[in-house]
Design a protein around this ligand. Sequence first.
Ligand code: TYD
Ligand code: MG
Length: 454
Amino acid sequence: MAKVKTTFFCQNCGQESPKWLGRCPSCNEWNTFVEEVVAKDTKSVVAFSKSDSRTAKSVNLKDIQQKEEARILLSDNEMNRVLGGGLVPGSLVLFGGEPGIGKSTLLLQIAVQSSKQKILYVSGEESESQIKMRAERIGIQHENCFILTETNVQNIFKQIEEIEPDLLIVDSIQTVYSSYIESSPGSISQIRECTAELLRFAKETETPVFLIGHITKEGVLAGPKVLEHMVDCVLQFEGDRNHVYRLLRSIKNRFGSTNELGIYEMLGNGLRQVENPSEILISGNKESLSGVAIAATLEGLRPILIEVQALVSTAAYGTPQRSSTGFDLKRLNMLLAVLEKRCGFKLAAKDVFINIAGGIKVDDPAIDLAVVCAVLSSNADISINNNVCLAAEVGLSGEIRPVNRIDQRISEAEKLGYEKIIVSRFNKGIEQKNFGIEIIQVSKIEEVFKDLFA
Ligand code: TYD
Ligand code: MG
């Protein structure tokens, strides 16, 4: 009988070691090494290999024939965009997100709504009838979606040979296991092996594969970093579970930019693609309310208008509270200090609450000015006209700083019917004649107040 071979793996980063270590030399985490059984069988490498005998030869770069880049267009435009214009044949895409965020829903939706491609959806998490129930909720169904509830990779490959799908979806990589490795599903060596086998399958058959991956409490993809290195694209699905909006981001993309963003709304019948995000993020109050300012921000490459809401009230207790949802609290404290020190507003004894409507998180400095204006508007209880929007960063000395892609922001504001946008004077090259919206350029906070509150 072959001797059982075990190796220790760091559960955090996938570092391998022949003996147990208290601290991982690679990621410096303590107590992360776990012993896993790995078969010594080298056969594991030949699962799904047709071309093992071929030896690769080097080729001159100029002699390589470039194939027409055929992209597979999915039924979902937001997904196509985030992937950089469709799915590349033979690519392996890792799709991560917190539990319950809607990963299975989105991919099942893509599978059942696909009219052109034959899709095999493999689930190790739900039964066939549960999937059926979910598919019923989603609605429109075509005949090209096959469901398989299986967790053994080799069995999955057998089914693939029978069905010959154009796209494979595996939900989730943590539940599948390979017979060549003895450790339990979800362990580092299993995840690594299964991904390697699926990768080989994808590359050799030119079939794209989606892997759903769980995210740990710390917000990293469960499983080692190596997983991210092996795949072609890493997509992340995020959003606040209490809100209906979900953002699809690309963290790594070998075939396109990682700046694209997809936006969905979770409804009772699945996820709806949101083509014009600004409309849903702005409450659309007809009357102007105090404490509300509109900022022209960018999510990736996509300009979005968001509503910043502020509430300033006299602190009931000794220490004033500062709280913020969707905006960095440290940055809020800094902006309040600037208002206090440079502009003479007495906010030290006030509670300040900031909220970005719609439950999204923004870390674009271009919303600084909107935050400042919302705070002052609430403090003075004077509303800002609801046809004005803002796009500028605020510096430590109260100066209004320029922001990137200002043209895009201005165009978006114009498109949504705003009449006036306030930007920094130091943003060079803005031509008023190119836009139908009034552009006001300022260099100091005081000028903004004169314009807004006078
Ligand atoms: P799910 O796709 O199971 O999440 P994940 O696979 O990321 O763990 O999504 C589950 C949530 O989505 C659940 O809380 C219910 C909600 N949901 C809807 O609101 N509408 C729907 O049509 C469906 C199918 C799910
Ligand atoms: Mg799921």
